[in-house]
Design a protein around this ligand. Structure first.
Ligand code: SF4
Length: 386
């Protein structure tokens, strides 16, 4: 019996927030291939790269199939993005290979897992990378989140589902390490979290069970919120439209600082509304208040990469300036960060024309790197602008 409602590890967090989300999503026909092609291509490249480095026990036919799939996906994607996809894929493969010191570790890529649910039938999922080590007493689960703008916490329901599948399959596993790789994560350092077998089983009882029960209940309800951003039904969902409508009609000046920060997160694509919130936020930050983790660049400008990136030239400059290549495991929008971390390298990049200024943005979000926000450092007297 297949799990009803098509609940999977990938959508379980959203189902938890909005029990009706899968029902509503099914009524829509708006899953756009172009939305998921870059992520799917990055995953395929990452798996192929790992297969070059370690034996994952894949037969040749399966590897050829994946190669064909990657080729097909890449053909839908702007060629400009290919280098970032390859960079993310290779970076992920290197990371996974280096994640264990056990010479006898077993590696798995694009690994199908099954979560036993005695009440509703099995739930199926596909984990990006799994490493079994120390004679299968420990496991590592590594997920690639290509294109993820905001760094996520590793203890997330998707990974906990994979952990549950592993502890169900291997009674010998005592501890599991969870890791999310976000190639454009600002600090560029993947975060690890550790859970024990008992914690995974406890999570299944306290989170997974009630979430599935709520989704399958006769009178399940749609609940809109920030989580709608990851919902494919968002564009046509009445509940989401009502919720956004109620957010849009509120005056930024009447919001508290947390609400204002959330407003800024949500409305970046709605310039008309965003501008009013941004003006209010600049005013408050200028007066010394803290609005989420937003800050104002000291020179009022934002540094961005040029649209054409010469990867080989950048790698050569990185070597000259002793910048570890792992640091380049970013996507283009993080250019400003380099200025704080490696000022000489940043200067060289700029002189070579790889970075230009974009003056339209005066307010920046600095998610994922809160300790380095110029506002906070400036308060401590540590930050010096160029
Ligand atoms: S858009 Fe939001 S409210 Fe609508 S189904 Fe998706 S998660 Fe639920």
């Amino acid at each position: 019996m297949m799990h009803p409602n098509n609940i999977t590890p990938s959508n379980i967090a959203r189902v938890h927030e909005c029990p009706m989300t899968l029902d509503i999503e099914r009524q829509m026909d708006q899953i756009r291939f172009c939305d998921y092609a870059p992520g799917a291509a990055a995953h395929a490249i990452a798996a192929l790269e790992l297969l070059k480095r370690v034996d994952c026990g894949w037969p040749k036919g399966k590897i050829d199939q994946l190669k064909e799939q990657a080729k097909n996906l890449l053909s839908y994607i702007d060629v400009q993005e290919h280098k970032w996809i390859y960079g993310a894929g290779m970076g992920a493969a290197n990371f996974v290979k280096g994640a264990t010191l056990d010479p006898d570790a077993e590696f798995f890529a694009e690994h199908d897992v099954t979560i036993d649910d005695p009440h509703n039938g099995p739930m199926y999922g596909r984990a990006d990378f799994i490493v079994l080590e120390n004679e299968r007493s420990k496991a590592k689960i590594i997920e690639l989140k290509y294109g993820q703008r905001i760094p996520l916490k590793a203890v997330r329901p998707q990974l906990m589902c994979y952990a549950l599948a592993l502890v169900q399959e291997h009674p010998s596993i005592k501890q599991i390490a969870l890791c999310l790789l976000c190639p454009n994560d600002r600090p560029g350092v993947p975060q690890w979290a550790y859970v024990t077998r008992e914690e995974v089983l406890e999570w299944a009882v306290n989170y997974l069970g009630p979430t599935i029960a709520a989704a399958l209940a006769k009178h399940s309800k749609a609940i809109a919120g920030n989580h709608c951003m990851g919902c494919r039904a968002m564009g046509g969902c009445r509940h989401h439209a009502d919720w956004v409508g109620s957010e849009f009609t509120r005056e930024p000046v009447l919001m508290n600082n947390n609400e204002l920060a959330r407003h800024l997160d949500l409305l970046q694509t709605r310039e008309d509304i965003y501008n009013a919130a941004r003006t209010e936020a600049i005013h408050r930050i200028g007066a010394g208040e803290v609005v989420g983790d937003y800050y104002i660049q000291p020179n009022g400008d934002r540094e961005i990469w040029t649209t054409t990136i010469d990867r080989a030239a950048i790698v050569a400059l990185a070597k000259t300036h002793n910048v570890p290549l792992s640091y380049l495991f970013h996507r283009p929008r993080n250019a400003s960060n380099i200025r704080a971390d490696y000022p000489d390298f940043f200067k060289a990049l700029k002189e070579a024309g790889h970075i230009r200024k974009q003056s339209a943005y005066k307010l920046m979000s600095n998610r994922g790197n809160p300790l380095k926000t110029p506002l906070k450092l400036r308060k401590k007297g540590e930050y010096k602008s160029e």
